[in-house]
Design a protein around this ligand. Structure first.
Ligand code: SGN
Ligand code: CA
Length: 736
């Protein structure tokens, strides 16, 4: 017996070692705002003028993906999609201005770490909260700086490195590879550049690169935003013509302000201010003469009108491409190290960027719009021995696919709620879309003041793109084969009617699949001061911790602090209850609160009750199916963050006096769906309506005077009706 056991242990260990040896490392090199047009392997109009040999090497030795897209074209959101494999509304990071990444949710680094990978992220992070799931991290604060950048260390202290950001991020990444990781384990290293993000500041060694050439202009530099496209296009604030800062963008020191009809003032060149004397000298030597020349040409009247826009385009594109030059060189350094160290063979190298960027197309810089240039994310991948060299793929892939890909590569389980799909089979045979692959991708931009790009969402297939602008109630449709520059929306052309109808139904289906509707998109109620204050108070209480019971909901739950107070004291005080009921809240507000601190790490109750949805009915008579998805999103979130916690999902209380009132009927419909979430393990459903209603289904004023909120007697009925279940789930003694 003994010998047998020992030998099987040995065989098992040999097997695990063999598997371990095979699991590939992942080197994920990522940049910020890198458009495909600025990678020569993609073959754009800029390819000849600004080659990227090291990036091209990845494509030549592996594959290039031509239909690679983000789910939300902006920094933080794209990164959150990558970490979670979920669309923005589900991972909670909707935009750069108001979001904070909830690092307590399931992410691929956490899961991959659990199956034995070493994980590290170095460089730009931009998710506000600190990284979770990483053995090592060293990140730029916010956007970070180009020159002599500071990095936040794992002990939260800042450290400044002298030099150029792209070089330093690579140095730090190489240092981790060489000296900091546990070498007997496979790894995922995310090396994330700041470049070529605005304000496109080149390395000192590249300041005069491209001085002697003229960069080709995009065909749509002087777009007039006609062509039946959304009227919101004209409202943009990201034009090369009108929205370039004299100092910040155009590389004058920016303290003076000249030609206010052509250049914005107000943001000086802060990167210049960060430089040391030597760096400044080089910078002044490079830009000084060119700047003087421009000033003279405008003052003498030699340069005017469109030529000034053209000059700005040249200044912009050259600086941008100079930044890319350093990215490319540093990719080369990493590839060289992989070769020299012998790691290359078993390391998958991926190059991508958080979104694309407008390089003058449509007259723009920046991103956000669902037009091709910023919807696209470059995607180059090398996997020696697996991906045939020089492969090209047209498969529709998205950033939500990265997490499941990495998990499959590591042999980890892929969470069943994930939105993306593993790309491993697409890697093995890039020229073919994997079986049952998606026929369209879903995209959503949630709007922000910055650059004034209206909220919109849509789908893109191989041939068409449908965009919806909810605020102006507009649809745009593009025929990508006939009009690759997207200059004309064909949504009202009779010959496209069938396509439009079919795409609209696909769009609806997609939103259903990913459960996107107003009930599921987390949103705060910033306009209400009491709400903000209550949220702040509750976050404080949440951080204190020590709760066994959690109440989640709207005014009905809020009312435990008012009409229900005496009853609350009797039943729930001793059970250490945190009441997270907020008057007027709908499902989308509860989601936001849970994502933003009310489910602090110290909130680890045995039981959580949820009752929410009546305001989704009341305010907007939302479709019951949509409200249900909001409730489901709350339940999913709680299960993800607190897998051990018992959830008592309460049927929404009856409202309106009469049983056939539409609001009553709607709440019943919600409940019929909510019930299906019970799993007899952690999720329990309870409908206590009967305690309030008389035998004819009438809701008496004696328990709910306004036919919506319980009075003291109502709260007592409620507490008694759920007492058995609460005690069963929380192991408490019943109170009578
Ligand atoms: C900054 C930039 C914007 C840019 C956003 C988001 N302004 O606010 O131009 O759109 O970042 O970029 S700047 O004056 O600071 O340069 S993102 O890549 O982080 O999403
Ligand atoms: Ca970005």
């Amino acid at each position: 017996m003994g010998i047998k056991t020992t030998s099987s242990v040995i065989i098992f260990s040999i097997l695990t070692l063999a598997v371990e040896a095979k699991r590939p490392n992942i080197l994920f090199i990522f940049s910020d705002d890198h458009a495909e047009a600025a990678i020569s392997a993609y073959g754009s109009h800029l390819a000849k003028s600004a080659p990227t040999p090291n990036l091209d090497r990845i494509a030549n030795e592996g594959a290039i993906f031509h239909n690679s897209f983000c789910a939300n074209s902006i920094c933080g959101p794209s990164r959150a999609c990558i970490l979670t494999g979920l669309h923005s509304h589900s991972n909670g990071f909707l935009d750069n201005n108001n979001s904070r990444f909830d690092g307590s949710q399931t992410t691929f680094p956490q899961l991959i770490q659990k199956v034995g990978y070493q994980t590290a992220v170095i460089g730009k992070w931009h998710l506000v909260s600190n990284p979770t799931g990483f053995n090592y991290w060293e990140i730029l604060p916010g956007q970070g700086a180009y020159y002599n950048p500071d990095f936040i260390q794992m002990d939260n202290k800042r450290k400044r490195y002298e030099g150029y950001c792209t070089d330093i991020i690579t140095d730090r990444a190489l240092d981790w590879l060489k000296n900091k990781r546990e070498k007997d384990k496979p790894f995922v290293l995310m090396c994330q550049h700041k470049a070529p993000h605005r304000n496109w500041s080149p390395a000192p060694r590249h300041l005069t690169l491209f001085d002697d050439i003229e960069m080709p202009e995009p065909k749509t530099l002087f777009d007039d935003y006609g062509g039946n496209r959304s009227k919101t296009l004209k409202e943009h604030e990201m034009g090369i013509k009108d929205h370039m800062y004299w100092g910040h963008d155009m590389k004058f020191h920016g303290k003076d302000s000249k030609f206010p009809e052509h250049f914005l003032s107000g943001i000086i060149n802060r990167q210049y201010e960060r430089m040391n004397a030597g760096q400044k000298k080089k910078w002044d030597a490079a830009y000084g003469p060119k700047n003087t020349k421009l000033i003279n040409s405008i003052e003498s009247g030699k340069m005017k009108g469109r030529d000034i826009t053209r000059w700005k385009y040249q200044r912009y594109i050259k600086d941008y491409l100079r930044c890319i030059k350093a990215v490319d060189e540093n990719v080369g350094r990493l590839l060289k190290y992989l070769d020299a160290s012998g790691l290359a063979e078993n390391t998958i190298v991926i190059y991508s960027s958080d979104q694309g960027f407008y390089l003058g197309e449509h007259g723009w810089y920046d991103k956000r719009w669902m037009f091709e240039e910023s919807l696209a994310m470059p995607f180059l991948v090398r996997w020696p021995g697996v991906i045939p060299k020089g492969s090209e793929s047209k498969t529709l892939i998205q950033n939500i696919d990265y997490a499941p890909t990495f998990l499959e590569l590591a042999g980890a389980k892929i969470p069943k709620n994930i939105h993306g799909r593993s790309l491993v089979s697409a890697f093995k045979e890039p020229s073919k879309a994997p079986q049952d692959w998606r026929k369209s991708i879903y995209y959503a931009y949630y709007g922000e003041r910055t650059h004034r790009v209206a909220k919109h969402d849509g789908i893109r297939t191989q041939k068409h793109k449908l965009i919806h602008f909810p605020e102006t109630k507009e649809w745009n449709l593009f025929d990508l084969e006939k009009d690759p520059s997207e200059m004309t929306s064909v949504h009202s052309k009779p010959e496209y009617l069938n396509i439009l109808t079919s795409l609209k139904s696909t769009y609806k289906e997609k939103k259903k699949t990913f459960a996107v509707n107003t009930a599921t998109v987390p949103v705060p109620r910033w306009d209400q001061e009491w709400w903000r204050n209550r949220h702040r108070e509750k976050v404080k209480l949440a951080n204190k911790g020590n709760y066994d019971l959690l109440f989640l909901g709207d005014s009905i739950t809020h009312g435990w602090e008012n009409a229900g107070k005496a009853i609350f004291n009797k039943f729930y005080n001793e059970r250490k209850t945190l009441n997270l009921g907020f008057s007027g809240d709908r499902t989308e507000h509860v989601l936001w609160r849970l994502l933003n601190g009310e489910l602090a790490i110290n909130v680890k109750p045995k039981v959580a009750t949820i009752m929410i949805g009546t305001n989704n009915t009341g305010h907007s008579m939302q479709d019951a199916g949509e409200t249900f998805l909001g409730i489901k999103a709350i339940v999913d979130l709680l299960q993800d963050r607190r897998p051990e916690m018992k959830i008592l999902l309460l049927g929404v209380f009856p409202r309106a006096t009469n049983p056939d009132h539409p609001q009553r009927v709607r709440n019943n419909e919600i409940n019929a769906l909510a019930k299906t979430l019970a799993d007899s393990k952690n999720i329990h459903y309870l409908d206590v309506s009967k305690s309030f209603l008389n035998e004819k289904g009438i809701l008496p004023k004696s328990v709910m005077p306004d036919a919506l909120h319980p009075n003291k007697q109502g709260y007592e009925l409620w507490a008694k009706a759920m007492e058995d279940k609460i005690c069963e789930l929380g192991g408490w003694q019943k109170i009578k």
